[in-house]
Design a binder for this molecule. Structure first.
Ligand SMILES: Nc1nc2c(ncn2[C@@H]2O[C@H](COP(=O)(O)OP(=O)(O)OP(=O)(O)O)[C@@H](O)[C@H]2O)c(=O)[nH]1
Ligand SMILES: [Mg+2]
Length: 385
């Protein structure tokens, strides 16, 4: 029998026994642990060209890897992600990007499961990306979404990607933007970008989408669920979910109320007659899903013809560029040598040895040229009081 454990301790061996056992256990567990999402990223063989080719061929594993690469904040990964996106851009593929938001429990996961299955049934390829507004929900979202989308997550024509677990530089917007672009290049027809509706995240998701859908639950009576005006203003389609069983009547009333509220908003040039629209749906029974899809397609088609689609995408590309520029500059301040200089100059500012604007200019100059020799602000000995 192969010896799995070290020899049992004799009187003298007890102290050495436990650490040895621990090391063996660790090695054993290590071989069995699931692969980390970022594993293999250092693999030189998997160069950008290869990865791009596989993403374009629709390989799921490559797709997941490409998104992981885009989610990484490491400077060398950023550089590779940049090259990858440039390579993928050349494919010129375009999906319908649908942003979807709603408060917790409104039925987002259930809706995406039902709606996604309907689209897959029509032969479409569907990607689902989740955007968490903060890292507060991290950990929960993966399991939560996969268990709430049991059928879709098994579909060969569907791809579900939970949100990145932590937001650092650039935050969720950048990572999601790149994930959307990667899915698009991988040949998905529809990319659903889901977020839980709290505060800023709806605006972020709307800024990544061609259409923005707000999912609501039926409200009791004639109250309007206290939806912020700003959210109403960016919604292209409001779907009142759970329009089934006992909730159906309340859902229909909610639809009428929201339609009334939408009529009070100023018309937007990017909308055809009748939009933004309110429709009842049920993720449970499937009621209204066809109509919702029809409304989305009509709106998308109208916007394409009128040039609004292209204008929106161009605008989004411009914002993406500016954000990336800002993030890139901020990331340079995070480099260890720059941080050290920042601390140093900061301390001198605090001691009143250099004016704050001059210190900032100094550091910015160094970012461009490296530390300047002979600059008085650098070389002067600290003034003593
Ligand atoms: N009656 C009815 N219940 C629904 C419907 N859609 C979802 N639900 C129920 O509502 C609850 C929440 O659904 P989820 O799909 O998890 O909602 P969610 O918006 O994804 O929730 P979070 O992920 O927590 O933000 C579950 O118990 C669902 O079964 C529907 O169309 N009709
Ligand atoms: Mg959910």
């Amino acid at each position: 029998m192969p010896q799995l454990l070290p020899a049992a301790p004799g009187a003298a061996g007890t102290a050495a026994y436990l650490p040895a056992l621990e090391r063996r256990l660790e090695r054993w567990l290590d071989k069995r642990r699931p692969m980390r999402a970022d594993e293999g990223m250092e693999d030189e063989r998997m160069d950008v060209e290869d990865l791009a080719a596989r993403v374009l061929a629709g390989e799921r594993r490559a797709l997941a890897r490409a998104i992981t690469l885009a989610e990484s904040a490491r400077p060398d990964h950023r550089a590779r992600a940049g090259r990858l996106l440039e390579r993928l851009r050349g494919a010129g593929r375009e999906a319908l990007r649908i942003g979807l938001s709603g408060t917790p429990g409104v039925g987002k996961s259930s809706f995406i499961e039902a709606f996604g299955m309907m689209l897959v049934g029509q032969g479409l390829k569907v990607a689902v990306l989740a955007v968490d507004p903060s890292s507060a929900r991290s950990g929960g979202s993966i399991m939560g979404d996969k268990t709430r989308m049991p059928r879709l997550s098994r579909e060969a024509k569907a791809f579900i990607r939970p949100s990145p677990s932590q937001a650092r530089l650039g935050g969720v917007a950048r990572r999601s933007r790149e994930a959307v672009a990667i899915c698009e290049a991988a040949g998905f027809d529809v990319v659903l970008i889901e977020t839980v509706g709290v505060g800023q995240s709806e605006t972020t998701v709307a800024g990544l989408s061609d259409l923005f859908v707000l999912l609501l639950a039926p409200a009791g009576g004639d109250e309007l669920q206290g939806i912020k005006r700003g959210i109403m203003e960016i919604a292209d389609l409001i779907l009142v979910n759970k329009a089934d069983g006992e909730l159906k009547a309340a859902a229909m009333r909610s639809c009428a109320d929201h339609a009334g509220a939408l009529r009070l908003l100023r018309p937007r040039p990017q909308d055809p007659e009748g939009f933004p629209k309110v429709l009842p749906v049920s993720a449970l029974t499937g009621m209204g899903l066809e109509e919702a899809w029809e409304a989305m397609r009509h709106l998308a088609e109208w916007r394409r013809t009128g040039g609004f689609w292209a204008a929106n995408r161009a605008q989004q590309a411009r914002i993406w560029f500016t954000e990336e520029l800002h993030n890139g500059l901020l990331a340079r301040l995070e480099a260890p040598d720059v941080r050290a200089r920042l601390e140093e100059l900061g301390a001198r500012v605090v001691r009143g040895e250099i004016a704050p604007p001059q210190a900032a200019r100094q550091l910015l100059g160094e970012l461009d040229d490296g530390p300047r020799q002979g600059d008085p602000a650098l070389d002067e000995p600290p003034r003593t009081a």
